[in-house]
Each structure stands twice: as C-alpha cells, then as structure tokens.
Write a protein of this length. Structure first.
Length: 200
C-alpha cells in the first residue's frame, strides 16, 4: 500500500440550474431504459457481439450472464446502481446544452468521495472570504443514496443474517470511496464483507 488522493477541483464549477433540473428529470427514464435493456438477452448479445470478440473482460461477464440464464434466474428482486455522467456544451451563441457522457452500470463509484466534495468546496471558498458563494453550494450525498438502495434490497432479501458482498480488485485504489458506503450500511446494522475477484 500506497495512499493517494483522488483528483478533485479546488473550486466548484458553476452549473446552470435548468441543466441540473434537466439531468434530474431524465434520470428515472434512463434507469428504466437500462433495466429494460438488461433483461433483453437477444438485444444484449447482438449489441455486444463485436465487443465480446475483442474484449476478454466483457466476454467473461457475458459468459456468466449466459450461464445464469441457462440455470434460470432465482431471485425476484433486482437492484441496479447506475452512475450517469453529464457535461454541458457551451455554444458560441452562449447557449448551453446538457450532454450525457455515459451511464456506468458496472462501477457506480465515487459516491463516497462526491459526498465529501461540497464540504471541501465550501471550506476553500470560506478560506478565501467568499462566504456568500460557499453558502450556495448544494449538499450532495450519493453514498447515502447508494446505501439506501442496497439496504432496501437487503431488507427485501428477507434474512436478518444476510450480508452484503463487495467485490473489489486485487489492488483497490478506490477503497475510501467504497468505505463511505460500507459505513452508511453499518449505521443500518448491515454488515459488508469484502472479497477480491480472485476469491469468487
């Protein structure tokens, strides 16, 4: 181990409220789309066919997916933790448009770190005497939201002795981000065990 910090901006970026509201407004629809696509095996196989030929990681995941379908899906409750990333485009005429960069369904990370970023930005602005600007920074706690989703799935699983399995890489660099969600779950008396890909 080496501890290193995640990159972050020293100052907050201004986001027009209309674009922020637009991102909020489409999120439920995007999540429904991802969920629907995840249940369409023919579409997934057709769409991923060229990727599966070139990318071993995706091919192995798809093999697991096919094996699960072959054995039959046993669970009745599903949880998708998605991270939707946006930027906004500024045109020469001054107009701005929201642009989605990706929906990440395999690694919805940085919820823990993002939860702490508003406090960092408020602190930096306050140190610089910009208390008015610091007061305008919105709170953001995605680690709590992620934990609430996992806690609801845990509750619906129906076993008080159940634990949450967190699968991490051998040399996980994002452990502090993950620990924030683990701590939120521990606050709800839900225990998390960590295993490496190799272990499972």
């Amino acid at each position: 181990g080496v501890v290193t910090y995640a990159p972050f901006t020293l100052f907050p970026s201004l986001v027009p409220s209309a674009l922020l509201e637009q991102a909020y407004a489409v999120q439920m629809d995007f999540n429904l789309l991802v969920d629907t696509v995840s249940q369409n095996s023919a579409f997934l196989e057709q769409t991923l066919s060229s990727t599966i030929k070139k990318d071993d990681y995706t091919a192995r995941l798809f093999d697991i997916y096919k094996q699960v379908l072959k054995e039959g899906i046993a669970q009745t409750v599903f949880l998708g933790l998605n991270r939707s990333d946006y930027m906004f485009q500024c045109s020469t005429d001054g107009s701005q448009a929201l642009k989605q960069i990706e929906i990440n369904t395999i690694s919805a990370s940085f919820g823990g770190l993002a939860s702490r970023t508003p406090a960092v930005h408020r602190h930096v602005l306050s140190v610089l005497g910009k208390t008015e600007e610091a007061a305008k920074i919105l709170s953001n706690n995605p680690s709590k939201g992620l934990a609430l989703g996992i806690a609801k799935a845990w509750e619906l699983y129906g076993s008080a002795s159940a634990v949450v399995l967190l699968i991490a890489q051998e040399k996980e660099r994002n452990i502090f981000d993950q620990r924030a969600i683990e701590n939120e779950l521990l606050d709800r008396n839900i225990h998390v065990i960590r295993r490496r890909f190799e272990d499972v």
